[in-house]
Design a protein around this ligand. Structure first.
Ligand code: CTP
Ligand code: CA
Length: 216
């Protein structure tokens, strides 16, 4: 089995010394990569800037990128050959419209930045998905979680979407534990307990393999 996985944040440059980013650490995506590899899959891990070490695993090929555009290019190149796509990255929705060649100097009391929309990696690849390919997305919502997650699943052509809880202490960005709910297109919902990200990864990989009715 070949798995393509995006993980971590993206950094969108503003000038030579600054960027717009987010608090994603990449822990959940890296844990899923490790679990798929442990079960025998070949993994292409496309990672945004993360403090985590590149996995020391012969079954995981890691490509490090910075921006959403670079992540898209790497994902596009690997998508066709992969049986499973897992979009765990926290991709910046917008980037600065202009990247200044020189450091922006402090001047007025306010500064307005113009941002432009980034490519939606999951949605764009979702439109090219073949019937035998399987796509898994992630969502982090603060209101109407299930409705929003279901909408994303449909818009982006996911087979499953993993909803991260922000309500539970110990879940989400930076933590070593996570609590997830998984939805499918038929409206089936699976709730998991708060557990280590390694154990969440095991649950998710088991669920994906069960859906595909095969081993890794
Ligand atoms: N995603 C992506 N490319 C983007 C934005 C999101 O591949 N430019 C993927 C994420 O990796 C995740 C899923 O789409 O698997 C949902 O991401 P999310 O940020 O929750 O959804 P958005 O469509 O960006 O909506 P919003 O941020 O407004 O909730
Ligand atoms: Ca987003």
């Amino acid at each position: 089995m070949r798995v393509l996985l995006t993980a971590g944040p993206t950094y969108e440059p503003l000038d030579p010394v600054r960027f717009l980013g987010n608090r994603s650490t990449g822990k959940m995506g890296y844990a899923i990569a490790e679990e798929f590899a442990r079960q025998g899959a070949d993994v292409l891990l496309i990672s945004g800037p993360s403090q985590l070490p590149v996995p020391d695993n012969a079954r995981i090929r890691t490509v490090r990128v910075e921006t959403a555009a670079e992540m898209f290019a790497a994902a596009e190149a690997g998508a066709s050959a992969a049986d499973v796509w897992v979009f765990a990255a926290a991709v910046a929705d917008y980037r600065p419209a202009h990247v200044e060649a020189e450091k922006i100097k402090k001047s007025g009391d306010t500064l307005t930045l113009e941002l432009v929309k980034n490519v939606d990696i999951a949605a764009t690849l979702g439109r090219r998905k073949r019937a035998e390919q399987f796509a898994v997305g992630f969502a982090l919502e603060t209101t109407n979680e299930l409705v929003h997650a279901q909408g994303k699943l449909q818009r982006k052509g996911f087979d499953l979407i993993v909803l991260n809880s922000l309500r539970d202490a110990g879940a989400g960005f930076g933590h070593d534990t996570n609590k997830v709910t998984v939805l499918d297109a038929a409206g089936q919902i699976v709730n998991f307990e708060l557990k280590s990200k390694a154990d969440v990864a095991r649950d998710l990989v088991s669920l994906i393999l069960a859906r595909l009715n095969r081993s890794a």
